[in-house]
Ligand binder design. Structure first.
Ligand SMILES: *Cc1c(COP(=O)(O)O)cnc(C)c1O
Length: 439
């Protein structure tokens, strides 16, 4: 069985998370429901941060909030002393609303607008990760008009292919992100940034991909970047204070996935950066990393109620749930794989193989293919594991399905942190073209 974090099965045979019976949670808050194991999020955060602390390395661990951004999550990140990545005005707004210290916010994105950059500067955001020449010029202009200085990292693409699904690969040279390290663009950007009196260039950033299971890619990236940094030290008398190696640390969605521990990623990355710094006689930079998925992914479980069945003799049995690609688009978008159990009969032996269908009008709206499960009836609760990253954050209103609520559980207590969307919420922005509307 695929239990993790604080999960266990109680005397009723029900799945428990954070000391809470998930069948009770489904009863209290309804389904679909996102449940987060807060102790596991804290554990994951400490796994990264404490390894740097223990080894005495100056570092920032920035949670990539695009994986799951809500006020409560941002506050939890603050409680754990992490920094925070945002990639849009909306994520920044969420962070500021949660009273997250702006100096520990890093602002990413390949097409930040004038308004977004101005919002960041006015609110004292600690670091802007500059992605392209357009942004560099725009930023300089906005700094000047606001008479505000800013700190930046330059995002570079070192041309490393991380082994992962193509759609979520961002570190290769044919990428929409960042300045190319090999063809001279990164160096030109550095010169421009160094010439600016408004901009302080803290260092370099790269993000080589997602769902990466070892450190080979990070080590290669560090090597390539140090090669250039050594060159630039000679030419421009510039040594970066910060080297940000991005996120992408893998998690175990199914038993086929085999990621290493957070501490091992961190130790190996530190080892390589130290080695490179010594090799080129450069200062040891601060190391920044940006885990998203690995902080929240396996801490999230989605609870659904099972409903209709369709049996296609000799082909497949479909079992439908009361959600789908509206609350978890990853299977449709990336052919992502998940595992699941019946939360109300967690110890029952599998009796059949079913494929879990969502309720959206889209043949591709399938959550799990060929899942061994006890024979599920009309009123069973299906718990899909590891939905904590890019589930709620990519949730949508396709078919005008309201988005599910989010509940945090910890030490036998539950706390609603995002309310269920209502039908009224769905109409909140709609405007009629005539008087015939009911209210
Ligand atoms: C998406 C992203 C991350 C987080 O990636 P995960 O795979 O969720 O760890 C970190 N940094 C940048 C720049 C990103 O775009």
């Amino acid at each position: 069985m695929f239990f993790h974090g604080t999960m266990k099965v109680n005397e009723k045979g029900h799945l428990e998370v954070g000391g809470m019976d998930t069948v009770d949670l489904a009863g209290q808050f309804g389904t679909p429901l996102y449940v987060y194991d807060v102790a596991l999020i804290r554990d994951r955060a400490r796994g990264f941060k404490q390894t740097f602390d223990k080894l005495g390395i100056e570092a920032q661990v920035a949670y990539a909030s695009k994986a799951f951004s809500t006020v409560a999550m941002v506050q939890l990140v603050d409680e754990e002393g992490l920094s925070l990545d945002v990639v849009s005005g909306g994520e920044l707004y969420t962070a500021l609303a949660a009273d997250f210290p702006p100096e520990r916010i890093h602002f990413h994105g390949n097409n930040k607008s004038r308004e977004e950059l101005a919002m960041a500067l006015k609110n004292g955001v600690g670091c802007i990760v500059v992605d392209n020449f357009y942004e560099l010029e725009l930023l300089e202009e906005i700094c000047e008009s606001l008479a505000a200085k800013t700190k930046i990292l330059l995002r570079v693409t070192p041309g490393i292919e991380a082994h992962t699904h193509d759609y979520i690969l961002t570190g290769q040279e044919d990428s929409k992100f960042g300045f190319d390290l090999q063809n001279g663009q990164a160096e030109t950007a550095l010169q421009k940034a160094l010439n600016s009196s408004w901009i302080e260039t803290l260092g370099l950033h790269c993000h080589i991909g997602s769902q990466i299971f070892d450190t080979t890619g990070f080590i290669l990236a560090a090597k390539k970047i140090f090669e250039k940094m050594a060159e630039w030290k000679e030419k421009h008398a510039y040594e970066p204070k910060v080297l940000n190696l991005g996120g992408g640390f893998g998690i175990r969605y199914t038993e086929d996935d085999d990621p290493i521990q957070a501490s091992q990623y961190v130790e190996e990355i530190i080892g390589e950066v130290k080695k490179q710094a010594e090799h080129y006689s450069m200062n040891m930079p601060e190391i920044w990393i940006e885990p998203g998925r690995s902080l929240v992914g396996d801490a999230g479980t989605t609870l659904y109620q099972t409903g209709s069945r369709k049996e296609v003799p000799n082909v497949r049995n479909y079992l439908a749930v009361d959600g789908g690609m509206s609350d978890n688009i990853r299977p449709a978008l990336y052919q992502a794989k998940y595992e699941a159990v019946l939360a109300n009969r967690a110890l029952d032996k599998p009796e059949e193989t079913v494929s879990i269908a969502g309720k959206c009008c889209e043949s591709g709206d399938m959550l799990i293919w060929d899942l061994p499960l006890p024979k599920a009836g009309e009123k069973d609760i299906l718990a899909v594991f590891c939905t904590g990253a890019y589930g709620y954050s990519m949730a949508n209103n396709y078919n005008r399905i309201p988005r599910p609520p989010v509940v945090f559980v910890e030490n036998g207590e539950s706390k609603l942190v995002v309310k269920r969307e209502t039908y009224e919420d769905l109409l909140r922005l709609d405007l009629p073209i005539n008087e015939k509307i009911k209210n």
